[in-house]
Design a protein around this ligand. Sequence first.
Ligand code: FAD
Length: 141
Amino acid sequence: MLVRLMYASRAVPSVDQDALIAILRKSKANNPLIGVTGVLCFSQGIFLQALEGGRSAVNQLYNRIAADPRHTQVELLTYEEVGERRFAGWSMGQVNVSRLNPALLLKYSERPALDPYAVSGKVSMALFEELMATASIVGQP
Ligand code: FAD
């Protein structure tokens, strides 16, 4: 049984590029051990992350992440059972923020800024898919 979950959160002020790298490194080390794949986007203090894998593995990881003091306002955007993975190629892919151009953001939202709190989960997932299609997700499996 596979599930896909997406949430948004706000980084605490101390989170900088080094903290982001530490989170990605930890994700890439841990996730293959529990069969979880996904994508993480960090832009203007906002995290948007998709996690997919077995239901128990994803649920447990989400609960652990939600308790992490490096972010707040963790908000579940979508949770669904799925037949196949979308991000199978990434233990934790990273959105190349330089590719987050205003036109792409405007396509999906009222303002040219990443604001998953203001749009539906479907829209945030569509944005991820477009980023994937335009090779804007980087990182090793
Ligand atoms: P350790 O790394 O040994 O950590 C032990 C404890 O210390 C944990 O409670 C941890 O939360 C806390 N901790 C560790 N480093 C810091 C720090 N710099 N500041 C404050 N507290 C700290 N983990 C994954 O495994 N996979 C993911 O996909 C993933 N995505 C994340 C996305 C976001 C936006 C954030 C903020 C965190 C993410 N994490 C992810 C990290 C996750 O929250 C846990 O910190 C991590 O999974 C714990 O790994 P560990 O069991 O090896 O324990």
